[in-house]
Ligand binder design. Sequence first.
Ligand code: TXA
Ligand code: MG
Length: 340
Amino acid sequence: MTTEKFEIYSPDNAEEIAKVADVLKRGGIAAIPTETVYGLAANALDEEAVKKVFKAKGRPQDNPLIVHISDTNMLDRLVKSLPNGAKECAERFWPGPFTMILPRGEVIPASVSAGLDTVAIRMPSNPVAAAIIAACELPLAAPSANLSGSPSPTTAKRVIEDLDGRVDAVVISHDCEVGVESTVITLCTNPPRLLRPGAVTLDKLREIFPDIEVDKAVLSEPEKDKPVASPGMKYKHYAPKTELYLVEGEAEAYIDYVNRQDDGAALCFEGEDKKLRVPSVVYGNENNDSEQAQALFEALRQLDELGARKAYAHAPQKQGVGLAVYNRIIRAAGFRVIKL
Ligand code: TXA
Ligand code: MG
C-alpha cells in the first residue's frame, strides 16, 4: 500500500485536515500527531477500520485502544455512565495527556476494548489532532503509531520508519512535546486506580481523588498468568534491541560502574556523557523530569542505532513526571535493575 503524506503544522490548514479526515471517514487508518506521542487513528465506531490498526502495528488483539474525542459533547454517547469524579477530571485535565477508563457504551465495538466492558477515553490538546477529530465528527481509536514492541514515536520521521507502506496516511507535524503516553486511570474501581503514569501526575490526581491507588504494574513486573487491570502493562513494551539495564544510584557511582564494564553503551543524563568511556545517548537533565520524558523514546531508538549488545540506563527519580519516565524505562529494561 502507498502511504499518503500530509504536512500539517497548524490547525488552520483546513484543506489538508479535510483530506486526512476523508481518509478516516472512508474507513482508512492515519498516523496523527498528539501532544504525547504520535497515534495511529481509525474511526472508533467502525470495526473493520479498527482491525486495520491492530494489523498494521502487529498489536495483540487483547490490548484495548484509547478513543480520542475533541469535545466533551462526544462523551455521553460513548459511555454507559459517568462515575464519580469523571466530570471533574474532564474539566481539570482535558484537553490534555489524560485518559479515563469508563463503562463502555454500546456504540463502541468490542474489538476497540478487547472485549472488556470498559472503554478508555482521552481528549488530546494537540491542536492538529483536535482539528482532525473535529473534521471527522467521529471519535478516533488510536494506539501509539509504532510497530508493536518498539518505542512510541515522538517524531514523524520515526512514524514513517515504522509504518510507511502499512497505513493509508501519515500526518507530518511537529515533534511531540510531552514525549510519554497519557496518564491512564480507571474510574471503574473504587477507589479509582492509576494504571499508567504520565504528565498528569499522581499529585494532581490526589487533589481530586485523595485515596487513588497505584496499580502494582506501574513499578513491578506483572506476575505470570495473573490478570492485569491494563492489558498493555503485561507486555514488555518499548523494548530496545539492545539489552538494557536500569542502574539506580548517584551520578558518580553510575559513571564509575559503567566505566568498569568491558563493553556496552550508556543511556545517561546531560553532562554524564563526557565522563563515560563508552558510547552514550543523553535523555535530558537529571533534575528535569519533563525534559527526560520528552527525550526518552527518541533516545531509546538512538541507543538501538548504536548497535551495542548491552546498555546501562541511569535511573530517573520517581517523583512527578519522573514516575512515568521510570515506568517506561524499567519496561524497556525488561525489569533488569542494578542497585548501586
Ligand atoms: O498518549 C496516549 O495515550 C497515546 C496517544 C496516541 O493518545 N496512545 C497510547 O495508546 O498510548 P496505546 O494503545 O499505546 O496505550 C493504551 C493503553 C494500553 O496500556 C491499554 O492496555 C490501556 O491503555 N487501555 C486501553 N483501554 C483500556 C481499558 N478499557 N481498560 C484498561 N486499560 C485500557
Ligand atoms: Mg503503545
